[in-house]
Design a protein. Structure first.
Ligand SMILES: Nc1ncnc2c1ncn2[C@@H]1O[C@H](COP(=O)(O)OP(=O)(O)OP(=O)(O)O)[C@@H](O)[C@H]1O
Ligand SMILES: [Mg+2]
Length: 480
């Protein structure tokens, strides 16, 4: 019931208010109570002193000389005023007419002035017990004490108690009314404050797989919730981007696979239409195998890329010399380079450039880059490979004298399936996945790839891999 934020806000609001008002109410009530009793007691003391002043004390006798002026208010029981003069031994010497047959009760301690609240004839009264030691016509105060004369005055306090009770009721009613008002106010404020949250949640509900473009409107949203709305919008922006990328990827992948597949189908259909010579069957099968190889290469690259981007690959790390890796890649691709009449120069490499990496993956990286430098080169062109240590990185540069990449396409070449100038690339085999794979491999090794190119003049790719010293020190840091 109180799990909702709205209920919690209201509950907290009302509880705090109740506490504050209760403390204030109790304080006010007890202050008034004290004032009332202070006035009552002061009045009773004045009365007791007035009566004391009318008592004439003698050595052997006590004379009462109670004046009518003072006595008139004690005549009737309805007046609510009573007095009684008695000795310490309990003997009553005089009492007011208003007391009738009743007597004021002794308080038990006659040595000092005392105030008590008593029940008298079924009503509540305030009583003063006043030992008369202050004044006498003859003799010292000591003597009066020895006489042990005690004056008791009482006053009916029903009206004062009524006043206090009325005050208590007004306070209680006031507290309840203010709490009701504050609970209603709290409810309205909480509803208003939480309305934008509901708006945000409605917008989020509307966002679906089919429409990721909807965004939470920032209009009328308080600044505190704007951060939340911004976060949602940013998250949905990223989701939309990732979703679109995924959609494009699926469309591109199926398109790439459809092309060789349709070659296989059409080639097979045409060949099977009539009887063919052995040579014709051979040529047809060659075309089918080539298309199937292209397909298998695309599928293999797709799988590699999917694994790399899903971060599910486990790198088999070992200490590797980059120079050796590049030489291995060059050895693998020399037949292709010779076929294209492209020369590979690996003389610009420093010795023993050690990295901690996965041999297979890094070899794939350098093979892909070298493959591009040869594929997109001109007959008689060159590929220069250099490698050196630069601060924390080992930097390998693969520079070719090939056809280059237009500036407008430079930031897209790392996108999956992206191939520059399709009419030109058609003659060159490829699926547009090589550079994406290279970038992922570099990323997994804590490195990066940069590209520079000039159309018609050549391309340079720089691979940055974290050097061994750097990796060792960062590993040490991680462990400590
Ligand atoms: N050295 C280069 N010279 C000129 N163009 C290049 C070079 N490297 C890459 N490119 C361009 O960038 C595109 C993307 O390269 P990428 O290696 O990703 O794909 P690909 O070589 O076409 O196919 P794949 O590598 O999957 O067989 C290429 O199609 C090509 O147009
Ligand atoms: Mg390539």
């Amino acid at each position: 019931m109180f799990s909702s934020i709205k209920a919690k806000i209201i509950l907290f609001y009302v509880a705090v208010l109740f506490l504050v008002l209760s403390v204030l109410g109790i304080f006010l009530y007890f202050s008034l109570n004290q004032i009332v009793y202070k006035f009552l007691d002061a009045g009773l003391l004045a009365k007791a002193e007035a009566i004391a002043s009318l008592i004439d004390v003698d050595r052997n006798d006590i004379d009462f000389n109670l004046s009518d002026d003072v006595m008139w208010e004690y005549r009737s029981p309805r007046s609510g005023n009573y007095f009684q003069v008695r000795r310490a031994d309990g003997t009553t010497l005089a009492k007011s007419v208003s007391l009738g047959t009743t007597e004021l009760p002794p308080t038990g301690n006659d040595s000092r002035t005392q105030f008590t609240t008593i029940r008298l004839n079924g009503r509540t009264a305030r009583l003063i017990n006043f030992p008369n030691i202050s004044r006498g016509e003859s003799g010292s105060a000591e003597k009066r004490r020895m006489h042990g004369l005690v004056i008791q005055c009482a006053e009916d306090i029903a009206s004062q108690l009524d006043l206090l009770e009325d005050f208590r009721s007004v306070l209680l009613g006031g507290v309840l009314f203010v709490m009701f008002l504050s609970a209603s106010g709290g409810f309205i404020i909480a509803r208003k404050a939480l309305a934008p949250v509901l708006d945000i949640s409605e917008t989020i509900d509307r966002i679906s797989e089919h429409d990721l473009s909807t965004r939470v409107s920032l209009e009328g949203i308080p600044p505190e919730l704007r951060i939340l709305a911004h976060s949602f919008n940013r998250t949905f922006g990223r989701m939309e981007e990732a979703f679109n990328k995924q959609k494009r990827f699926a469309a591109d992948a199926s398109h790439e696979l459809r092309t060789p597949l349709s070659v296989i189908l059409s080639q097979s259909e045409i060949t099977l239409r009539k009887e063919r010579t052995a040579e014709e069957y051979k040529n047809s099968l060659k075309a089918v195998v080539q298309a199937a190889l292209a397909m298998s290469s695309t599928v293999r690259k797709l799988l590699t890329l999917t694994r790399l981007t899903a971060d599910k690959v486990e790198l088999k790390l070992e200490t590797l010399d980059v120079k050796e890796l590049i030489n291995d890649a060059a050895r693998l691709l020399r037949p292709l380079a010779e076929q294209k009449g492209v020369g590979i120069d690996t003389s610009q490499m420093s010795a023993a450039l050690l990295v901690h990496g996965d041999r297979e993956k890094l070899l794939e990286l350098f093979t892909n880059l070298l493959d591009n430098s040869i594929k997109y080169n001109i007959p008689g062109g060159q590929v220069h490979i250099s490698a050196k240590k630069e601060t924390e990185f080992i930097v390998c540069e693969i520079q070719d004298t090939g056809i280059g990449i237009p500036e407008s396409a430079l930031d897209k070449v790392f996108d999956r399936f992206y191939r520059v100038d399709h009419s030109r690339s058609k003659e060159i085999d490829g699926s547009g996945l090589g550079l994406s794979i290279c970038r992922e491999i570099a990323r997994l090794h804590g490195g990066k790839i940069e590209i520079r190119s000039k159309e018609g003049a050549g391309t340079a790719l720089s691979v940055y891999l974290k050097g061994m010293d750097m990796q060792l020190s960062s590993n040490k840091q991680n462990r400590s």
